[in-house]
Write a protein that binds this ligand. Structure first.
Ligand code: FES
Length: 704
């Protein structure tokens, strides 16, 4: 690029040929007022605020559209340009509401800033306000016509930056305004809801729907909620971009930058990202979890080339428990150079992923393959090895200990009959089945509980041959904590639901279960102390006949007392919330044993957090960040896609219910490539707007 020199306000400025006078001035720290100019958009010279005087030129050209020339002498502050700017501004302000206070708090109004800079008083202006009602009928985007100054930034962003061609100049009764052809809704006009128009609007005429910016939530987190909702902060938009490019290994590498179990998560993640996805405001969220599964199924392990491994530190860490929290921490600590041994009491590693989540949801070979990668990273896993004392581990020379034993003890309700033969409890029931041990169940099973684990128990019971499986819970059907998918699939498999039930006792016959006595619940809520306040229907006693009853009302850590650490509510370990350090020096805890039963992704996030803390404790820098896939600035051009807003979510294929109940084969068959690519195209790419430059205000320039 050829360098040239121009003189601006008496200052010799070196710049590049091809730039505009305005860009050269702004780059040199010389403020020139401007409004329709935006650094990411082609200039059109519409607002005339950026006019300047140029030696040898009779006009006062707009500096945003005038290219620099070598030796040019420019004056940006003269009485003549000041007068033109003030006139231009007064014309704009005449049709703009003077009481203009509705911009979101984060947004500094460029227009008001310029009014201030030029010292214009709105009071002396003859107003000719166009009273156009706000259009709040579109999802995600508010269109407040009265604030529009027709600078055309939104039109250029939509057409020339994004290639979506939705917004345009429209004429109504001789008045120019911005809108869609034939005044169609944004969805009907093919809008991709990327938010670029909002991002470049200088007045808030186009802005985000109310309520997305919340106290204490960063702007980035609010605008890209899929990423911020993920406990491990997986970069979902970047992941989906690689999916669209059919670069599945890079997509998996993006997930792997934050979690060592991409395929497990692709199968069973509770996908907070999907619940937060802004696309759900259009129709349905993007099926991120299935996309993750497809990507991980098509991985080629290229990520290993970029995986970091620090030299051996000579320090040793013992991890008690091989669930997602323990294995995640072990993985990152091994990569930080520490010698890590994981102790697992059961014959298999994987924790709840191996012995809790049923095989029809998470096949065992997936767990085994991803555990193997942990071992490949240098972690030693000792199965069938129960640890009873942290003292023994310190005596063996470990420098730090992580307790990550999860919540493997099922909880029973304190009602009579819970000790009868035929009464089982969730964790033990699922574990025994997962370990391949024989579990005796009857033909008629009643599961007590309304969460995902209750459905796991019910659906496993069905697969074990129970002919009639009932699931009874305190909550109403609408408020059942299980996922919609679990409820639907459970019902397809013949699970009979009994919501809004209170449990009086387990009824027995000669020492064996015969049923569950219940009462109908009229209303139920938790008080401030999380105690259930239940109102039952008088005289509604009835018995659900059963020969097996399975409690699935919660789980808690088992034998946690033996470690001699401070214990809190629900038998969980108390830790420092920042360092996850327990009451004993050198002993840390993470995952369900601290939080109570939570999701796999939450346990993984806790595993990362505690790995950082332990690494620092052992003298490391705690930096476990790694870049496994290239970070490229994504293309701003997303192009037009007709009917984008109404494209339905691809659900993937699922085995028929009659087939499902006869085996433990995986129920969800995931995506074929065509469906995966179609689904990836549904992403609005909300993060792209964060790459749009934020124009600098005059107050940010040095005062001259
Ligand atoms: Fe140059 Fe508007 S005319 S910024």
């Amino acid at each position: 690029m050829e360098k040239i020199t121009v003189n601006i306000d008496g200052q010799e400025v070196e710049t590049t040929k091809g730039k505009s006078v305005l860009q050269a001035a702004l780059d040199a720290g010389i403020y020139v007022p401007h409004l329709c100019y935006h650094p990411d958009l082609p200039s059109i010279g519409a607002c005339r605020l950026c006019v300047v005087e140029i030696e040898g030129c009779e006009d006062t050209p707009t500096s945003c559209t005038t290219p620099v020339e070598s030796g040019m002498v420019v004056k940006t502050k003269t009485p003549k340009v000041d007068q033109i700017r003030r006139l231009a501004m007064e014309l704009m302000m005449a049709s703009h509401p003077s009481e203009c206070t509705g911009c979101p708090k984060y947004m500094k109004c460029e227009l008001q800033s310029l009014v201030q800079y030029l010292g214009i008083s709105a009071d002396r202006l003859r107003k000719r306000l166009r009273e156009v009602p706000m259009n709040s009928s579109n999802p995600l985007i508010l269109h407040d016509f009265t604030r529009c100054i027709r600078c055309g930034r939104c039109v250029r962003a939509c057409r020339e930056l994004r290639g979506a061609e939705v917004l345009n100049y429209q004429k109504h009764n001789g008045e120019l305004h911005i809108g869609t052809d034939e005044d169609r809704s944004l969805a009907d006009a093919g809008c991709r809801f990327c938010g670029a128009c909002i991002e470049v609007c200088p007045t808030g005429a186009l802005r985000d729907q109310e309520g997305i910016f919340k106290e204490g939530v960063s702007r980035e987190a609010a605008l890209v909620p899929c990423r911020s909702a993920c406990p491990a902060n997986v970069d979902i938009p970047r992941f989906i971009r690689y999916m669209r490019e059919k670069n599945y290994p890079a997509a998996t590498a993006v997930v792997r930058e934050k979690v060592p179990f991409p395929l497990i998560l692709g199968n069973i993640c509770n996908h907070n990202c999907e619940s937060a996805c802004r696309r759900s405001e259009l129709n349905e969220s993007v099926s991120v979890c299935r996309l993750k599964r497809f990507a991980a199924e098509n991985d080629d392990q290229e990520w290993k080339k970029n995986s970091k491994q620090i030299a051996e530190t000579g320090k040793r860490v013992a991890v008690i428990g091989s669930g997602p929290a323990g294995l995640t921490a072990a993985y990152y600590l091994a990569k930080q150079g520490h010698g890590v041994t994981v102790f697992e009491a059961l014959p298999y590693a994987g924790g709840q992923c191996r012995v809790g989540i049923p095989e029809y949801r998470l096949p065992r070979d997936i767990v085994e393959a991803e555990v193997k990668e942990i071992v490949n990273a240098g972690v030693e896993i000792k199965t069938n090895t129960r640890v009873d004392s942290v003292d023994d581990l310190f005596a063996e020379g470990y420098n730090a200990i992580l307790v990550a034993i999860g919540t493997h003890q099922g909880v029973m309700l304190p009602i009579p009959g819970a000790d009868l033969e035929g009464v089982l409890v969730n964790a033990a029931f699922l574990r025994e089945v997962s370990l391949g041990n024989k579990v005796a169940i009857g033909n008629r099973v009643v599961v007590i509980g309304g969460g995902n684990v209750a459905f796991d128990c019910a659906r496993v019971a069905r697969r074990l041959g129970a002919t009639e499986v009932h699931l009874a819970c305190l909550e109403s059907k609408e408020k059942m904590p299980a996922s919609q998918e679990e409820i639907e699939q459970g019902q397809e498999e013949g699970i009979i639901l009994h919501p809004s039930q209170s449990f009086v006792k387990i009824v027995g016959d000669q020492g064996h279960v015969a049923g569950v006595e219940c009462l109908d619940v009229e209303s139920f809520e938790f008080d401030v102390d999380r105690r259930a306040q239940i109102k039952v229907t008088e005289g509604s006693e009835h018995i659900l006949a059963a020969d097996t009853v399975i409690f699935a009302v919660g789980q808690r850590p088992e034998n946690v007392e033996q470690f001699g650490l401070t214990i809190g509510r629900g038998n969980t370990l108390q830790v420092d919330p920042n360092t996850l350090a327990t009451s004993r020096e050198g002993v840390f805890a993470a995952g369900d044993v601290v939080t109570g039963t939570d999701s796999v992704i939450a346990a993984i996030a806790a595993g990362r957090k505690v790995a950082i803390a332990i690494d620092k404790f052992l003298g490391g820098d705690g930096n476990i960040v790694e870049q496994l896939a290239p970070v490229e600035k994504p293309a701003a051009w997303i192009g037009r896609q007709e009917n984008f807003a109404c494209q339905a979510r691809c659900e993937g294929s699922c085995a028929a219910a009659e087939e499902r109940i006869n085996s433990f084969s995986q129920v969800d068959h995931g995506y074929q490539e065509t469906a995966a690519l179609k689904e990836a195209e549904r992403c609005s790419q909300c993060d792209l707007r964060l790459n749009i430059a934020v124009p600098k205000f005059w107050s940010e320039f040095p005062r001259k």
